[in-house]
Ligand binder design. Structure first.
Ligand code: PLP
Length: 360
């Protein structure tokens, strides 16, 4: 067993116990509300994490891309939802091969023109596919806004021998910017919009909303059948500080970095920049904060440098090692080949990021 003191930096460290607690907490919230959990794997991209989500009781997995879905097969997953607008008939052989290894494959219908293309993809794949109708509930991305338009998509799906309309979904990512005190009201608004479209198409269709900010609130309403949070088992600044849906001490992934220079008073440089933290920052311009709670923030990044500012920066010396909570965890994982799994301060394993770069 190695201590984390022996790691070279930068290192992306995953606290196994915290992650398992976060997985259990979401699963328990879903189980006690009678709601199914289909976690989105775009955050972790790791078979080892998917296995633990499924073992805890997840009913299926959600992916953004076909490549992610393929990479998750060794987890033993049997039900998958590709929540993305598939349009290219060239993917048909891969879609067919994927479907052959699953009990259930769900795909997204996001507009009339995309569904027309999806019908052709499904015909070329020649496999039965369940279709989830996307509704835009305020993010301004894909999905229908009105029931009449949704009916046109439903008619296209019905006319295909391979497609069956099986549910309504939305990604309410705009709630990341909602004031914590207004989250419940915003959740109710999202559900009203979702239900209005659903009732215009088929009132029996299940509702599948639920990101990491909203999933527990959504499940508790009793109005939804499935939730699909992604980042909840790791956490980041968006979840622990901006939206406050988890505690800072429950964040399971930290970036370990070393102070490599002190060019001027009030400034320290670390060996982790945009190739570790990505270019994603909070609305306040913060790429990462010190995980120990000192006033130390990464306020600027170059590829291999992070610029530390804050009232506690002058306490730092070259060679000091710090743990950081990144602003947005998804790209941090996608930028690393493996994560170092730790328990307390001991290294217990090293997991490959299996779907790293699988944007295909
Ligand atoms: C379609 C879809 N579903 C679910 C999620 C999961 O969201 P989060 O990582 O905020 O939990 C996302 C995130 O981008 C998404 O795009």
């Amino acid at each position: 067993m190695r201590s984390i003191d022996e790691l070279t930096t930068p290192a992306v460290m995953l606290d196994r116990v915290r992650m398992e607690n976060n997985i259990r907490s979401m699963q328990t919230a879903c189980d006690s509300a009678g709601v199914k959990l289909w976690p989105h794997i775009k955050t972790h991209k790791m078979v080892e994490v998917a296995r633990r989500q499924l073992a805890a009781g997840a009913a299926g997995l959600t992916c953004a891309k076909l490549g992610e879905a393929e990479a998750m097969l060794p987890s033993g997953v049997k039900r998958l939802f590709i929540a993305h607008s598939l349009v290219d008939v060239r993917i048909a052989p891969r879609l067919a091969a994927l479907a052959d290894q699953l009990e259930e494959l769900r795909v997204a219908a996001t507009s009339v023109t995309q569904t027309e293309a999806l019908v052709k993809v499904a015909a070329a794949a020649a496999r039965p596919l369940k279709v989830m109708l996307a509704v835009d509930t305020g993010l301004g991305r894909e999905g229908v806004r009105y029931a009449d338009y949704a009916k046109r998509i439903a008619a296209l799906v019905k006319a295909s021998p391979y497609l069956t309309l099986a549910g309504i979904y939305t990604h309410e990512g705009q709630l990341y910017a909602a004031e914590p005190a207004t989250q419940q009201a915003r959740v109710d608004e999202v559900l009203d919009r979702l239900a209005t479209v659903r009732d215009g198409v088929d009132p029996k269709l299940p509702l599948w909303p639920g990101c990491s900010v909203t999933a527990k609130l959504m499940a508790a309403t009793g109005r939804v059948q499935v939730v699909r949070p992604g980042a909840y088992m790791f956490g980041d600044l968006s979840l622990a500080v901006t939206t406050k849906v988890m505690k800072r001490d429950d964040v399971a992934v930290h970036v370990l970095a070393t102070v490599i220079d002190r060019p001027e008073p009030g400034l320290a440089l670390i060996d982790a920049g945009s190739k570790v933290f990505s270019s994603d920052k909070t609305a306040q311009g913060v790429f990462a904060i010190d995980a120990e709670g000192r006033d130390i923030q990464v306020l600027r990044v170059n590829e291999e440098h992070g610029y530390l500012r804050g009232t506690d920066v002058d306490l730092l010396e070259v060679g000091d090692r710090l743990r950081f909570i990144p602003a947005h965890i998804c790209p941090v994982i996608n930028l690393t080949d493996h994560v170092t799994v730790i328990e307390n301060d001991t290294v217990v394993d090293c997991w490959r990021v299996d779907a790293r770069g699988r944007v295909d």
